[in-house]
Design a protein around this ligand. Structure first.
Ligand code: NDP
Length: 317
């Protein structure tokens, strides 16, 4: 529980692979980290089913179980894990101030931001119904489950293009649903898609509904937005690749961000533009977005926080 006028050496915001890994390293370095989980403890992985590509789990693991393992490991070394949502920050002074749930203010020498990103969804009820049962927002995570099958992917940006070509190596056929008559993806990525024989592109096409048997997805109801003609594409997998939204509203006007709102960190580092504030995981990575890369940058953030504190203490001696 937060105490009045609480001050900590290291405050971690977020409880996905990046936040928990930062906590494991910070706790073992005796920084006595306090971690606030946010509204979804465990982050995006708690909304997936099986994870097969995280090293150390030879038989795969359910996403929520894996995040439970991360949490236990962070706790084992003394991380103070608290359920709470950061509602405002003030990084304008040497000691950083963070307000939790609009009530409790905590000051911290270092802050590690691991608030992640949220996949954008089409917003269909049926999409959420079959999420994890044929619907996915991550081809690299779930494509393997659709080997030799027919799948559809929606989106026309670099992510969709990259994921479509990834899926094409595994699936029998990939239907790519593009809502306009052109791609948004870079020319190089488009070229790859157009030259992959088992990707069929459906231009001016939108998704009306996900079709299923109550358990698993069996197809998608699509329509041409010019002719309004509808039909069901028989597929067993449906990948949504229409972009992600980094969870950075809190830091607007405070931390440097790119045009899509991702936090900018210095090259080969998790340092932000504010001394003592570090960012790791999907909140600063729009390219890889994997649990293992998030964990890697979480480790970097804790090591950098530790070095920052050591240098600060040394300069005050
Ligand atoms: P983008 O915002 O670039 O693209 C989103 C795509 O989804 C657009 O084609 C958009 O269509 C489509 N879309 C959005 N909403 C809907 C909807 N409701 N129905 C159907 N389609 C929809 O997101 P990305 O994730 O692709 O890329 C984000 C950033 O990351 C970009 O800057 C990209 O270049 C970068 N990136 C770089 C990579 C790399 O360098 N290897 C890999 C992946 C991403 P429309 O075009 O009609 O708006």
């Amino acid at each position: 529980m937060p105490q009045e006028n609480e001050h900590v050496k290291c405050l971690i915001i977020g409880s996905g692979p990046a936040g928990y890994t930062a906590a494991i390293y910070a706790a073992r370095a005796d920084l006595k980290p306090v971690l606030y989980t946010g509204i979804v403890p465990g982050g995006q992985l708690t909304q997936t089913t099986e994870v097969e590509n995280f090293p150390g789990y030879p038989d795969g693991v359910q996403g929520p179980q894996m995040m439970e393992d991360f949490r236990k490991q962070a706790e084992r070394f003394g991380t103070d894990i608290r359920f709470g949502y950061v509602t405002s920050v003030n990084f304008s002074e040497d000691v950083h101030k963070v307000v939790i749930d609009g009530e409790h203010a905590i000051t911290a020498d270092t802050v590690i931001i691991a608030t992640g990103a949220t996949a954008k969804w089409l917003g269909l009820e049926s999409e959420q119904k079959y999420n994890g049962f044929g619907v996915s927002a991550c081809a690299v995570c779930d494509g393997f489950f659709f080997r030799g099958q027919d799948v559809a992917i929606v989106g026309a940006g670099d992510t969709a293009a990259e994921e479509a070509t990834y899926l094409a190596k595994l699936a029998n056929k990939v239907h790519m649903l593009v809502r306009r008559d052109e791609f948004r993806a870079s020319k190089a990525m488009q070229h790859r898609v157009l030259n992959t024989p088992n990707i069929e592109i459906h231009y001016n096409t939108e998704t009306k509904e996900i079709v299923g048997d109550g358990q698993n997805l069996t197809g998608v109801l699509i329509y041409n937005n010019q002719t309004l003609a509808e039909r069901v594409l028989p597929v067993t997998g449906f990948f949504v690749a229409i972009g992600h939204k980094p969870n950075t509203e809190l830091f607007q006007g405070i931390l440097d961000m790119d045009i899509n709102g991702y936090l900018i960190t210095q090259p080969d580092s998790t340092r932000t533009n504010i001394e003592g504030v570090f960012a790791c995981g999907d909140v600063q990575d729009h390219i890889y977005r994997q649990a293992v890369t998030a964990a890697g940058t979480g480790c970097m953030a804790a090591l950098e926080a530790e070095r920052y504190l050591a240098a600060k203490e040394y300069s005050m001696m």
